[in-house]
Design a protein around this ligand. Structure first.
Ligand code: MSP
Length: 511
């Protein structure tokens, strides 16, 4: 990995049904970090895609009367379209049915065989098709004669079949050492503790192949077995960089991954199995796994089976993608579960976007248009309230990079929206409209500072609401090459004379 490069991934989605709000949430979080790092002048590679093998997909295809590949072709396209609808800035979209992925999985498997970490035996135990996960007996409960995982609530079935195993048990100590050495490998810390406790309680060897169905990548030199879908799927992070060609530029530039963004339900796979596979294959593990919480509706995880779905496409069509992106990032607390509803979405649009940021931009732009012929020139004669606003803004921006580097998006957004709030208050208190006849110099200074604040806030909000913030930066005529966070650190980063263009209404208030 080259310095100043940043490799970020979303989970690759099961194309077993329509994309839902949980998918949108995971993807947007990753997109925000990708855009943020680009704005910090990093060279970013952002990956998303679809996870197309395994029993879950085979069953879904059958239900739809299609061959698995034809089914995946169809639904993977839907996810690709969805990523455009979310305005993701991904550099690639990987499908696990592609040849490049097959090559990577084959190579990784062979490395694990060579290192002595894979052996043949028989699996006897519980399996959840919906999670594509094995569970221990103490993780199962019975309800109405059926068995369910206590971890995910999904139904499990008893499986007994010949299987290859990965010697996960022998990696227990090395994983614990790895977590200790890489303190922030798993964030938030509460999730890290969960993982460490689970590993400390003892790891059993992991079944990594199945023989009772065929939809997957065949075990090299053994056609009877298909590779366990999680070993297959996790490898996508390598295949997108053209692994096993370790001389490839992408691989050299971007491995190890900087950040895997995932939901808490798939933490075990990313924080335990994945580093264990990689350590066994002598490949450096990623730098960070960030496990976000669930989107809830009421107190429950939003899911089709529970019928509590807010459909992301309908919401985007009705309210707009920028509005949805902002709402999800602001509302769901760092790493915790978050309750979402139409009512709180509308409140958030009105309070933060329409009344706060949108209103600040609109009122300052229209005042400058109507009273200053679209031009503002400032002087060095700053008032105490100008200085106070500059200091308050400095204070609020001080921790922003730290928040982003710890994936603490809500604190980041809260600070930025506070800057917007303070700037609105400053404009209210300073009443530039009263100075037109009495003190033009002061009026211009107030407007200039307000426009600088708007530029700053727009740049900081850019990863979250890229389209709207770009409209504002365009209307401020800021050179595209200067639109980065380094530029913001400069004193007086806007010219002494600012020329503005027309700015359309940014956010409509919802009544
Ligand atoms: N295919 C696996 C990931 C393999 S990555 C090597 C998978 N796919 S998924 O489509 O089921 O889920 C994708 C992501 O969406 C996961 O991070 C999951 O946590 C997230 N969400 C699915 N439902 C969710 C909510 N209701 N809330 C928030 N995110 C949840 O898992």
């Amino acid at each position: 990995m080259k310095k100043d490069n940043f490799y970020i991934t979303t989970p690759i989605y099961y194309p077993s049904g329509e994309p839902h709000m949980g998918h949108a949430y995971s993807s947007i979080i990753a997109d925000v970090f990708a855009r943020y790092k680009r704005n910090c002048n990093y060279n970013v590679f952002f990956l998303t895609g679809t996870d197309e093998h395994g029993l879950k997909i085979q069953k879904a295809a059958k239900k739809n009367g299609l061959e698995p590949l034809a089914f995946c072709d169809k639904i993977s396209k839907v996810f690709k379209e969805f990523s455009k609808k979310l305005n993701l800035s991904n550099n690639d979209f990987i499908r696990t049915t592609e040849k490049r992925h097959y090559l990577a999985v084959n190579d990784l498997w062979k490395k694990l065989v060579k290192s002595g970490d894979i052996y043949l035996s028989k699996y006897k135990g519980w399996y959840s098709v919906s999670d594509e996960a094995y569970y221990n007996t103490d993780e199962i409960v019975e309800k109405n004669g059926k068995k369910f995982s206590t971890f995910s609530g999904s139904q499990v079935e008893w499986v007994e079949e010949e299987s290859f195993f990965f010697k996960l048990s022998s990696w227990q100590e090395k994983l614990l050492q790895f977590y200790e050495k890489n303190e922030k490998f798993i964030l938030p810390i509460s999730r890290k503790n969960e993982v460490v406790n689970f590993v400390k309680s003892g790891l059993k060897d992991l079944s990594v192949s199945r023989t009772s169905f065929s939809w997957g990548i065949k075990v090299p030199d053994n056609n009877k077995h298909v590779i366990y879908v999680w070993l297959d799927a996790l490898t996508n992070y390598l295949s997108a960089l053209n692994y096993p060609n370790i001389k490839d530029k992408l691989y050299n530039d971007f491995w190890p991954a900087s950040l895997h963004v995932i939901g808490k339900d798939i933490l075990r796979f990313h924080a335990i199995y994945w580093p264990a596979f990689l350590l066994a294959a002598q490949i450096e593990p990623p730098n960070r796994v960030f496990g976000h919480g669930w989107i809830l509706s009421g107190d429950e995880k939003m899911s089709k089976s529970k019928g509590n779905i807010l459909n992301p496409i309908e919401i985007i069509d009705k309210y707009g993608i920028e509005e949805l992106r902002y709402y999800l990032m602001k509302e769901v607390s760092h790493g915790s579960d978050g309750n979402i509803s139409l009512k709180s979405l509308e409140n958030c649009i009105n309070s933060d976007l329409a009344n706060n940021y949108g209103n600040l931009c609109q009122r300052v732009f229209s005042f400058v248009r109507n009273n200053c012929d679209n031009k503002v020139v400032n002087s060095d004669n700053l008032s105490d309230s100008d200085k106070k606003l500059i200091e308050q803004t400095k204070f609020l921006t001080k921790n922003l990079d730290g928040f982003m580097n710890d994936q603490n998006l809500n604190s980041y957004i809260k600070s930025v929206i506070d800057i917007s709030f303070l700037t609105n208050k400053y404009v209210n208190d300073e009443e530039p409209w009263k100075l037109k006849k009495t003190n033009i110099e002061k009026m211009n200074n107030i407007l200039h500072l307000a426009l600088e604040q708007i530029a700053k806030i727009s740049m900081l909000l850019n990863p979250i609401i890229p389209k709207t913030s770009t409209k504002v930066l365009d209307a401020l005529n800021i050179d595209k090459n200067l639109r980065n966070l380094k530029f913001l650190e400069r004193k007086n980063f806007l010219n002494k004379k600012i020329n503005i263009n027309e700015l359309e209404i940014l956010f409509k208030k919802i009544n």
